[in-house]
Write a protein that binds this ligand. Structure first.
Ligand code: IMP
Length: 434
């Protein structure tokens, strides 16, 4: 019985929501291990489109449990809004969701601090989603954050909140923002929200380990992507959590020995939102064509995504730090009819050709992508249900990605619908899914 991690291999928005939603059928539980409502997982169910930010995609399936692990940071208002959205659409999320009592809580002042930090003229803006994610993780690592367990204990909450507020007051005063924060109002709002959230909060590490011991299958869902991981990504242009596969263990309390496989999700090309290095970015016509064909606009912020060509050195690097067993290539249909395609196969770093990922941000900014050009295809890939029926050039393109990255492509996705995913017979992916 395998428990697997599904995560993004690039800078997020790889289409994980759809993949997790599709595979959820084969698992008993879907667990989120990091990030917060900065993530946007788009799932299309027939005519209905859902953008899930905090709640794992498995919630759209009947009979599945979903877990928001201790590694996730939670804005209670965003959580309740998402629950309401699902209830209005006819789902019953509350009976399915378990929230870790160790998950940290985002407060409105986290967003305010982030706004100040992003607006500073003496620093380069990261281009965050402005959800207060980074400042909340700062408080977590600084050992002054508040967790779900604290929120549910009225007496303790008041005293811990007041300590944190005193801390924030110092910062807010320094930036002339103190008058903008109604600490008492926030305290009361959060106490009220606590009672609505209480029925879902529990020790999810105990829950998950117990379920695994009884033979249930867990799918761990990563948010963002490996290149946004706080340790392995393009620091400092990253999110503030462990998006890579290792984060699944620290972010849920399930040990590595209980995880049987890691599946990477990658677009057939590549996108990024926010600032930071992007070696294979196409800032010309090619990038615009991909953006329009792939509707590449942020699902949380609506920002146009930066677009570029498949980056082999990046994928080899993310395959290494995550240990991918298999790769799922999404949005292959976006390349239909685009003509010749470029693939970045190496980096030119100051005249030295390499396929290694430089750690230094300045160095990565200066990298020039080395491209191979391969023939595209005219026939549509969307609507194709058998891998062998894909246009020959599309199969050759996938074969090239496999050869260059050293990772099997276990499935391709050719459209937003659940049905528009082709799992390759005999692949490792198929075996892992069981
Ligand atoms: P933060 O996560 O809001 O702190 O933003 C940090 C960086 O991560 C910014 O470049 C964001 O655009 C990026 N980011 C955060 N969440 C996502 C996501 O779900 N998809 C793509 N990029 C994201």
């Amino acid at each position: 019985m395998s428990n697997i991690i599904v995560l993004g291999s690039q800078w997020g928005d790889e289409g994980k929501g759809k993949i997790v939603d599709l595979f959820a059928e084969k698992f008993d539980v879907v667990a989120r291990y990091q990030g917060g409502h900065n993530a946007g997982h788009t799932v299309q169910v027939g005519p209905q489109k859902f953008v899930l930010k905090l709640i794992p995609s498995g919630v759209l399936h009947s009979g599945k449990q979903v877990v928001i692990g201790n590694g996730v940071v939670i804005d209670p208002q965003a959580l309740l809004d998402e629950i309401e959205m699902l209830e209005k659409a006819g789902f019953d999320p509350v009976s399915k969701i378990s929230i870790s009592n160790r998950a940290h809580i985002i407060f409105p002042f986290h967003r305010l601090v982030e706004k100040v930090s992003e607006g500073r003229t003496d620093r380069v803006a990261i281009g965050t989603t402005s959800r207060g994610i980074g400042p909340c993780y700062e408080d977590k690592i600084g050992r002054r954050g508040l967790r779900m367990a604290d929120l549910l204990n009225e007496k303790l909450f008041y005293s811990l909140f007041d300590d944190l507020a005193a801390d924030k007051r110092t910062v807010a005063e320094a930036f002339g923002l103190d008058a903008a924060i109604d600490y008492e109002g926030i305290r009361e709002d959060y106490r009220n929200m606590a009672e609505k959230i209480r029925p879902m909060v529990r020790d999810t590490a105990a829950l998950l380990n117990g379920l695994i011991a009884s033979g249930k299958r867990v799918l761990f869902e990563g948010a963002q992507g490996t290149m946004l991981d706080i340790d392995h990504g393009t620091y400092p242009f990253v999110t503030s959590s462990s998006a890579a596969a290792g984060g699944a263990c620290t972010g849920t309390g399930v040990p590595p020995t209980k995880i049987n496989g890691v599946i990477g999700v990658s677009k057939a090309y590549i996108t990024r939102v926010g600032g930071g290095p992007f070696p294979s970015e196409d800032t010309g016509e090619g990038g615009n064509i991909i953006r329009e064909a792939g509707l590449e606009y942020g699902s949380v912020t609506g920002r146009p995504r930066r677009c570029g060509w498949f980056d082999v050195p990046l994928l080899r690097y993310t395959a290494m730090v995550n240990g991918f067993d298999s790769l799922i290539v999404t949005k292959l249909d976006v390349l239909d009819g685009l003509g010749d395609l470029k693939v970045c196969t190496a980096y030119n770093v100051g005249g030295v050709i390499t396929d290694e990922m430089p750690a230094g941000n300045m160095l990565l900014e200066s990298v020039e992508a080395v491209y191979e050009t391969v023939p595209g295809w005219d026939q549509p890939t969307s609507g194709v249900t058998r891998y062998d029926d894909l246009p020959k050039e599309a199969r050759d393109y996938v074969a090239l990605l496999e050869e260059k990255t050293g990772v099997e492509v276990g499935a391709v996705s050719t459209g937003p619908e659940r049905s528009e995913t082709i799992v390759r017979p005999g692949s490792r992916l198929e075996k892992l899914l069981g």
